[in-house]
Write a protein that binds this ligand. Structure first.
Ligand code: AMP
Length: 507
C-alpha cells in the first residue's frame, strides 16, 4: 500500500473518458482530473514551496475542486486538513495554528473573513482562492510526478466536530483511508465507472470521505453547492445509480419535502449516520425510499467504519425483533473488531452496556500534537470511542449514548436515547433531546427539550403518559421544555452541552 493518489491515477489511466467530477455547471473526466491533480501538485511544491509532510488546509464551500485538491496534496506528499466552511474564522485559525498549516485553500465567499484572522498567526499561511487567478496559474504549472508515501504517513487530519471542548486532529494515514475504502466495497456496495456519488452534505466529513472509494473505483462525483431537497430529488432523476450521504437531520428534511413522493428512479443507496437515527424517523424514511437505506456508525477516529446496518437489515415485519434491529447500528464491519467493555477494559457479556472499543486498520494513529488525548483514546491498541452500547446475541450493536451524555439519577443509569425514541412516537413531536439537569436530591433529573411540528399542540400529560406506557417510571422526564429548534453543530449533531448550559443559565 502506498500513496492514495497512485490509486486514483490507475483509474485516470484505465478510464480517461469516464465522468469524474461534476459541479458548478462543469464536468471533468478522469483524464482531465488526473492532469489537474498533477499540475496542482507541481505548483504546491514549486510555487507554494511546500515540502513533503506539510499540512494544507481546505476550508471551502461544497465545490467540485475539493477532490482535485485532496489528491494533488497527496500526489505532492502533503497532508490535507479539510474543515467545515461554516466554522467561525477563529475556529479555522485555531486549527491552522494547532496543525501548523502552511497553505490554505478557500472559496471566494470566505476569503474576506478568513484573511485578517489568519494574518495574525506567525508565520501566516498562504491563502489561495479556489477558482481565482492564482489557482488558475497553478493549473498551468508543469505536472509533478506522484511521490511515494509510506502507508503510515498522515493523509488527512480530521478535526473532530468538538461537541465538547476544542476540536482535536485525528491523524488518518493513507492506510486508514484505503482500508476504509476497501471495507466500503466489502460491505456497502461495489462501484462501477459511471455510478454517481451525490454530495449534498459537507465534503469535509462523511460525504467527502466516502467520495474516496467512489473515485478510486472510477465513480462520478456530483457536487451540489448546498443541501436543498429539491436539488437532491432532481439529481435522483437525472443521474445514474446515485449514492448519497445524509445526516439524520437531512433525512428528516427530505421527508418533509413534497417531492419526497417522487419515484427516486436513480437512487441506489442513501447512507446515513453520524448521529442517532430514531426508529420512528427511520420507518418513515423506509416508506419513502424503500430498501435503499444503509446506516453507518463511525467516528473521525475510525472514519466511517465501526458497524453498519445493511439494506436487507432494514426490511422486516415491524415486529419487536425488527424494531430492535432498526434501533441498532448494525453489525461489526468487515475487517473490524469491536468489543463492549467495562471501565477496566474487560469484555462484558451479551446484552450488558459498556463502552464500545475498536481495533482495525481504520483506526487513527492518534491526535495531532496531543499525547494526553491520544493516551486516553488509544489503549493497548484499542480505540475507546466514548460511545456506550450493548451487543445482542447476533452481534447487532445498540448505541445508548455518548458516555458523557449518560444521566445518573438517584444512582440509576438513564440513557437519553431510550427516552427520545419514546417521545418521537408522539405524532406532534418533530425532534427532541433529553439531558440531565443538576438536582440537589437525585444528582441529576431528566429534562426533555421538545420541538413540536408546526401547528400542533402537545401537552406535558400526553408525553408523560406515552413514557409511562413504554419505559420505567423513574426514567420519564421531570420537565418538558418546548423550544423552536435544537442547537446543532455544522454537521447536524445536537449540542447537548448547549442544552445543559441552558438549564444552568435559563434565559
Ligand atoms: P464524528 O467523529 O464527528 O463523526 O462523530 C462520531 C460520533 O457520532 C460517534 O462517536 C457517535 O457518538 C455518533 N454517531 C456516529 N454514527 C452514529 C449512528 N449511526 N448512530 C448514533 N450515533 C452515531
Amino acid at each position: 500500500m502506498s500513496n492514495l493518489a497512485r490509486y486514483l491515477l490507475n483509474r485516470v489511466r484505465s478510464h480517461p473518458d469516464s465522468l469524474a467530477v461534476t459541479g458548478n455547471g462543469q464536468t471533468l473526466r478522469f483524464g482531465d482530473l488526473g492532469e489537474r491533480v498533477l499540475r496542482l501538485a507541481g505548483a504546491m511544491r514549486s510555487q507554494l514551496r511546500l515540502s513533503e509532510g506539510e499540512r494544507v488546509l481546505i476550508c471551502m464551500d461544497n465545490q467540485p475542486e475539493f477532490f482535485e485538491l485532496l489528491f494533488a496534496c497527496w500526489a505532492a506528499g502533503l497532508c490535507t486538513v479539510p474543515v467545515n466552511s461554516k466554522l467561525h474564522p477563529r475556529e479555522v485559525s485555531h486549527i491552522v495554528g494547532d496543525s501548523g498549516v502552511r497553505a490554505v485553500f478557500t472559496s471566494e465567499r470566505l476569503v474576506g473573513d478568513l484573511t485578517p484572522e489568519l494574518a495574525q498567526l506567525t508565520p501566516p499561511p498562504s491563502i489561495t482562492v479556489v477558482g481565482g487567478a492564482a489557482y488558475r496559474k497553478m493549473l498551468e504549472s508543469p505536472a509533478a510526478q506522484c511521490v511515494d508515501r509510506a502507508p503510515t504517513d498522515i493523509a488527512w487530519l480530521f478535526y473532530t466536530s468538538g461537541t465538547t471542548g476544542r476540536p482535536k486532529g485525528a491523524m488518518l494515514s493513507h492506510r486508514n483511508l484505503l482500508a476504509m475504502s476497501w471495507i466500503y466495497f466489502a460491505d456497502v456496495e461495489h462501484v462501477e465507472p459511471g455510478d454517481t456519488k451525490l454530495h449534498a452534505a459537507p465534503l469535509s466529513h462523511a460525504s467527502g470521505l466516502y467520495g474516496l472509494p467512489h473515485l478510486l473505483a472510477g465513480g462520478h462525483q456530483v457536487v451540489l453547492p448546498s443541501f436543498e431537497p429539491d436539488l437532491v430529488f432532481e439529481a435522483f432523476e437525472h443521474h445514474h445509480r446515485v449514492t448519497m450521504f445524509a445526516a439524520p437531520t437531512m433525512v428528516i428534511r427530505l421527508l418533509q419535502s413534497p417531492s419526497v413522493r417522487a419515484p427516486h428512479r436513480g437512487l441506489r443507496t442513501l447512507y446515513y449516520g453520524g448521529a442517532p437515527m430514531y426508529v420512528s424517523d427511520l420507518q418513515r424514511a423506509l416508506e419513502a425510499f424503500g430498501p435503499r437505506l444503509w446506516q453507518l456508525y463511525g467516528q473521525g477516529e475510525s472514519p466511517m467504519t465501526l458497524t453498519g446496518l445493511a439494506k436487507r437489515d432494514h426490511l422486516g415485519d415491524g415486529g419487536p425483533g425488527h424494531l430492535a434491529r432498526l434501533g441498532s447500528v448494525g453489525i461489526t464491519r468487515t475487517g473490524v473488531e469491536i468489543r463492549v467493555v467495562d471501565e477496566a477494559g474487560r469484555d462484558l457479556p451479551t446484552g450488558e452496556i459498556g463502552e464500545v472499543v475498536t481495533r482495525s486498520d481504520c483506526v487513527m494513529a492518534g491526535y495531532w500534537n496531543n499525547p494526553e488525548a491520544t493516551r486516553q483514546a488509544l489503549r493497548d491498541g484499542w480505540l475507546w470511542t466514548g460511545d456506550v452500547g450493548s451487543f445482542d446475541e447476533r452481534g447487532y450493536l445498540t448505541l445508548r449514548d455518548r458516555s458523557k451524555d449518560l444521566i445518573i439519577s438517584g444512582g440509576s443509569n438513564i440513557y437519553p436515547r431510550e427516552i427520545e425514541e419514546v417521545l418521537l412516537r408522539h405524532p406532534g413531536v418533530l425532534e427532541c433531546s433529553v439531558v440531565g439537569a443538576p438536582h440537589a436530591e437525585w444528582g441529576e433529573e431528566v429534562v426533555a427539550f421538545v420541538v413540536a411540528r408546526p401547528d400542533t399542540d402537545i401537552s406535558d400529560e400526553a408525553l408523560d403518559s406515552l413514557c409511562l406506557k413504554h419505559i420505567a417510571r423513574f426514567k420519564r422526564p421531570k420537565r418538558y421544555l418546548f423550544i423552536d429548534s435544537l442547537p446543532k453543530n455544522n454537521y447536524g449533531k445536537v449540542l447537548k452541552t448547549a442544552l445543559r448550559e441552558r438549564l444552568k443559565n435559563p434565559a
